[in-house]
Design a binder for this molecule. Structure first.
Ligand code: NDP
Length: 320
């Protein structure tokens, strides 16, 4: 079976391409530039790549850019989107590529008869930031939608881009008879396959090495990258899969991540900055849909994700 993965060089997508090849799929993978080995070399080195991986150049901002890559595919996994938390111009750096890019990908998919389903990488950023306050006792699930006005007021531009992109995808799919399933992960951690840090791995590095805390509230709604990639594949393979799936393995404050790092690597040279704190948030995330109903995802224990993250950073000489 032939499938397409957009933004294949990314953290999540690299794992998705790897797991798809492992399961015997033929993969059309899009990258922004075929000339940058940092974006392609690790993909071309995957098991099965020689026989079943083809790279395509495609840019979210160019209409028709994805036509060649989706041609002949049964599923399009649309993961490409800018992941930036601080921007000068939210409109051009985040919102346009996310929203117009999603529309471009879906338009290409809608032209192809063979495409049975589109699996969209959305985010908890498109779920939890609505008008309902995140306070003790509330339970967040797939019925929540982030509110573009709230995102704008709070200047949560990345959240706005993901919310508008998912909304655009849902509307386009409905109007054009495309099957769409959304995967909405929290903060994704785990081993990296690509040679350079992506934003969320950089965030984990920051916690260890005295960097800047990425999340304003210091609470990480973590999920392992391998579980996220697996959920994408199950969302395609299981005909019953539909709608949105929230993926949050474990909610932890930053100091608890540091505690686990300390226990696993007592001799690691690192900052004391995020060592102390107390957990104040008691928001619950209901992930029963992704666990039980149509997908059956089992979450990797947090300790395993953290250990594997650190091992991969060491292996790539990113954690000196
Ligand atoms: P990465 O930054 O590693 O991946 C983003 C990918 O999008 C890259 O391949 C990037 O290409 C591509 N991209 C960005 N802008 C464009 C563009 N204009 N044209 C073509 N491709 C583009 O991040 P992640 O793997 O973490 O993110 C992948 C997806 O998962 C995104 O949709 C993100 O919103 C979503 N997500 C991530 C979470 C996380 O915690 N990491 C949580 C929830 C959702 P290039 O390498 O060339 O820049």
């Amino acid at each position: 079976k032939v499938v397409c993965v957009t933004g294949a060089s990314g953290f999540i997508a690299s794992w998705l391409v790897k797991l798809l090849l492992d399961r015997g799929y033929t993969v059309h993978a899009t990258v922004r530039s075929l000339d940058d080995p940092k974006k392609t070399k690790h993909l071309l080195a995957l098991d099965g790549a020689k026989e079943r991986l083809t790279l395509f150049e495609a840019d979210l901002s160019v209409e028709g850019s994805f036509d060649a890559a989706v041609n002949g595919c049964v599923c399009v996994f649309h993961t490409a989107s800018p992941v930036l938390l601080s921007v000068d111009d939210p409109q051009t750096q985040l919102i346009e590529p996310a929203v117009k890019g999603t529309l471009n990908v879906l338009k290409s998919a809608a032209k192809v008869q063979s495409v049975k389903r589109v699996v969209l990488t959305s985010s908890m950023a498109a779920v939890a930031f609505g008008s309902r306050p995140l306070q003790s006792g509330v339970v967040v699930d797939e019925t929540w939608f982030s509110d573009p006005l709230v995102c704008e007021q709070k200047k949560l531009w990345y959240h706005l881009s993901k919310t508008l992109a998912e909304d655009t995808a849902v509307k386009f799919a409905k109007e054009n008879g495309l099957e769409l399933v959304s995967i909405n992960p929290g903060y994704v951690i785990g081993p990296i396959l690509q040679p350079t840090l992506n934003l969320t791995s950089e965030g984990i590095m920051g916690l260890i090495k005295n960097g800047k805390e990425l999340l304003a509230d210091g609470v990480y709604r973590t999920v392992d990258v391998r579980d996220v990639a697996n959920a994408h594949i199950l969302a395609f393979e299981n005909p019953e899969a539909n709608g949105r799936y929230c993926l949050v393995g474990k909610v932890v404050p930053s100091f608890e991540i540091i505690k686990i790092v300390d226990e696993l690597y007592p001799s690691l040279d690192r900052s004391e900055r995020y060592k102390d704190g107390k957990h104040v948030e008691h928001v619950l995330y209901n992930v029963s849909r992704v666990k039980a109903e149509s997908l059956g995802v089992n979450f990797t224990p947090l300790e395993v994700s953290i250990k594997d993250t650190i091992e991969s950073l060491k292996e790539k000489n990113l954690l000196s």
